[in-house]
Write a protein that binds this ligand. Structure first.
Ligand SMILES: O=C(O)CCC(=O)C(=O)O
Length: 261
């Protein structure tokens, strides 16, 4: 991580990285997503859409985000899931604010700073393929909440989850990425999703979830990898997805740039 990224992530609990994808990377990913969303969901491996094409699979270790994932996991990363999201105006409800501390066991998630590096054992990267403009809706976060020590008062932020135009509390921030941008978020940072308002555009992005390689995910059973999925992936990605002991160092973390073979 650069000193600026480290400062901002520590301050806010997330990073908004602009123009991460080159023009070619973005176009290839957009074309892939267009093809992928035409396939009936029951014919795609649930939660694993990133395996659909190398243009998406390569994003799991993109040269801009990979050093960040390595630092946050203290060089012990595991890709836990990679799914596409397409958000349209038809979803008529706000996704309530949530974070991994609530409902998944506050004891299980950590955010620490040690030896001038940040450690975080539950990370998500959102790769955006379409633009979000102020007023559209989409992701909202409570900046700084990854360090919050108090329970969030019930009903503080959203009272009516069907309201497409809620008045945002000043502690909330609506994030408006452009296509090619990436949001890296600690799952300890409280976040939710406003109703998507545009009728002529949707919000498309890839969610890549990372844990430490020795963290036993509470949803692991739901997302067992089928042979069909595993057969499509490159050895580097399979290594990224592998559980391993705390002592083990994966070959992929020794490199900042990974080429999928
Ligand atoms: O739709 C989004 O932008 C965020 C999704 C979300 O809340 C999550 O992955 O935990």
């Amino acid at each position: 991580m650069t000193p600026t990224q480290r400062y901002l992530f520590d301050l806010n609990g997330y990073l908004h990285l602009k123009n991460v994808l080159s023009g070619t990377e973005l176009k290839e990913a957009q074309d892939t997503v267009e093809r992928c969303i035409k396939i009936p969901p029951d014919q795609l491996p649930h939660g694993w859409n990133f395996s659909f094409d190398k243009s998406l699979e390569a994003l799991t270790m993109h040269p801009v985000t990979w050093p960040i994932i390595k630092e946050l996991s203290d060089d012990k990363p595991r890709l836990n899931r990679g799914s596409l999201a397409v958000d349209t105006h038809e979803k008529a409800s706000i996704t309530p604010l949530h974070c991994a501390r609530e409902g998944q066991g506050w004891q299980t998630r950590r955010y620490e700073v040690k030896n001038r590096r940040i450690f975080c054992n539950d990370i998500v990267a959102f790769f955006y393929f379409t633009d979000v403009y102020p007023g559209d809706g989409g992701l909202v976060v409570v900046p700084g909440s990854h360090k919050s020590e108090f329970q969030r008062p019930e009903g503080l932020f959203f009272l009516d989850l069907s309201d497409p135009n809620p008045k945002l509390h000043p502690a909330l921030k609506n994030i408006t990425p452009q296509a090619g941008d990436v949001i890296v978020l600690s799952e300890l940072t409280t976040h939710g999703v406003l109703i998507w308002k545009p009728k002529d555009r949707d919000r498309r992005f890839l969610l890549l979830r990372y844990k430490t390689q020795y963290f036993q995910d509470e949803q692991g059973e739901r997302y067992v990898y089928g042979q069909e999925l595993l057969g499509r992936l490159s050895p580097e990605t399979l290594e990224l997805m592998a559980y391993a002991s705390y002592q083990h160092t994966k070959e992929i973390v020794k490199h900042d740039v990974i080429h999928l073979s």
